[in-house]
Design a protein around this ligand. Structure first.
Ligand code: ADP
Ligand code: MG
Ligand code: ZN
Length: 479
């Protein structure tokens, strides 16, 4: 059996105010082509680059989050090649002294080692109008800070590769260094794949343009299959770069592998080498927020959430933070059991009902109008049995659209739960009298019959009775 080996090279567009070496805006939302350009990022003769400090800090911050070493000395190098989307004819990148070296990320309990994280600049964008015999170029992206993260070949399956990329995306968002949206090209994954027997690694093939996590998985699986079939039929793997065709679900040969010496790397003569002090590194270290892995564990430990809830509230960072705000609104003097119940109900309602209403919109959005205080009041009302789950849905929808507080909504809509037992008993007696055959069925042992009667009572009260209480009184009446 052949064993797959995978290493990833990931490019990440950093979210900075300006480009890497000039003061043009770094605006990925700019629609008008060639708007954010200047003589520096266009590589006009006589211009000089200036290093973007924010970008350097963000790369170091990312490296530190993975436990990378930050060598005291680093420098930029020129990588020379010709392509129409590269106005200078070279890319300023880093070759032998990257900003970050080593580090790792744990995926499903397994350590994936990171080889390096370095900083470079992005290229422009080529547009090929369908049917036209020319291409267009948009340089808005040329010179945007681009971080490259390279893993060791420690990944063993397509699933592991996709999990790695997803966790990386989440970490980048927690760090606030990139929006890391794959569809927008802010996070671009290239996968190196080889298959082999025993310890020796086989010849690798690199796949480009994997534009989604699904594509990462499918592209790798396709390549494993293609290489296995080649080797099994006695053929050799050619080291090459292949593209991923998402529609056909296949990879295709783009070019044979280039070597580092093809690029004529040399130290960038227009920039001084970088050297950072330990104080500077420590400052960046202290700015690193809680990361997803820590948050998952804390949510479980602190709130007793289960694996799935903790995962969801970590992945959806805004919702997780809102959850914690809601919980902080509850009276801390309540008994541990009561508080746990409230926390539980909060998590349930946030994950199911509220997410349903949000439909992908974030609770951090300015349009979101339910304050944490109102949400906590709402949960209190549910747990005190003042509103049924049916009413809760109506009230929550109203809170969502109007931003009103739940008590006010209840008053205004007359949604108070019937708490008068006498009134409920009266309605139950009425329903029992009207349905002698169902009552008969129940007495014969048909469990469904009871559910039918509960339903009738709930309908009669327009959902304002507490179904548990109705259930209990009905059972008592019928036995
Ligand atoms: P190159 O010099 O061709 O770019 P590198 O050694 O720099 O190759 O590695 C590039 C990426 O390919 C890294 O992510 C690395 O982990 C991965 N890689 C290296 N050798 C293999 C292999 N035999 N199979 C799969 N991935 C590999
Ligand atoms: Mg490479
Ligand atoms: Zn510029």
């Amino acid at each position: 059996m052949f064993k797959p080996t995978i290493g990833l090279e990931v490019h990440i567009e950093l979210e900075t105010k300006t480009k890497m070496f000039c003061s043009c805006l770094n605006d990925s939302e700019e629609k008008a082509p060639n708007k954010n350009v200047c003589p520096i990022c266009m590589g006009h003769p006589g211009t000089l680059p200036v290093i973007n400090e924010e970008a350097v800090n963000n790369v170091i911050k990312t490296g530190l989050a993975f436990g990378s070493q930050i060598p005291e000395n680093s420098k930029f190098d020129r990588k020379n090649y010709f392509y129409p989307d590269l106005p200078k004819g070279y890319q300023i990148s880093q070759y032998d002294l990257p900003l970050c070296a080593g580090g790792s990320l744990e995926i499903g309990g397994k350590k994936i080692r990171i080889r390096r994280v370095h900083l470079e600049e992005d290229t422009g964008r080529l547009i090929h109008p369908p049917g036209a015999d020319y291409s267009l170029v948009d340089f808005n992206r040329a010179g945007v800070p681009l971080m490259e993260l390279v893993t060791e070949p420690d990944i063993a399956s397509s699933r592991e590769a996709s999990d790695f990329a997803q966790e990386l995306q989440l970490i980048l968002r927690y760090l606030g260094v990139s929006k890391a949206d794959m569809e927008k090209g802010q996070l671009r994954v290239e996968a190196n794949i080889s298959i082999g027997k025993g310890e020796k690694l086989g010849t690798k093939v690199e796949i480009k343009n994997l534009n989604s996590f699904k594509a990462v998985e499918k592209g790798i699986d396709y390549e494993i299959k293609r290489q296995t079939e080649l080797l099994e039929s006695g053929k050799k793997i050619i080291q090459e770069t292949r593209g991923w065709n998402d529609e056909k679900g296949t990879t295709f040969s783009q070019r044979e592998k280039e070597e580092a010496h093809d690029y004529r790397y040399f130290p960038e003569p227009d920039l001084l080498p970088l050297s950072h002090s330990a104080i500077f590194i420590n400052e960046i270290k202290s700015s690193i927020p809680e990361l997803p892995a820590q948050r998952r564990e804390r949510l479980k430990r602190e709130y007793g959430l289960d694996e799935k809830e903790a995962e969801l509230l970590t992945k959806n960072k805004d919702l997780g933070e809102y959850f914690e705000k809601v919980v902080s609104e509850f009276d801390p003097n309540l008994s541990r059991d009561k508080l746990n119940d409230l926390i539980n109900t909060s998590a349930n309602y946030l994950i199911s009902d509220l997410q349903g209403l949000l439909r992908g919109v974030s609770v951090a959005d300015s349009d979101f109008r339910i304050t944490a205080e109102n949400f906590a009041d709402f949960i209190d009302l549910i747990n005190e049995g003042k509103i049924s789950s049916k009413m809760a849905k109506i009230i929550l929808a109203e809170m969502f659209s109007s931003g009103d507080d739940p008590k006010h909504i209840i008053e205004e809509k007359g949604l108070t739960q019937i708490t008068d037992l006498g009134e409920i008993e009266k309605i139950i007696k009425d329903i029992v009298d009207k349905n002698p055959r169902v009552v008969e069925d129940y007495k014969k042992g048909k469990a469904n019959a009871l559910q039918f009667l509960v339903g009738q009572v709930m309908a009669e009260t327009k959902g304002k009775a507490n179904p548990q209480i109705v259930n209990k009184i009905l059972k008592d009446t019928l036995t």
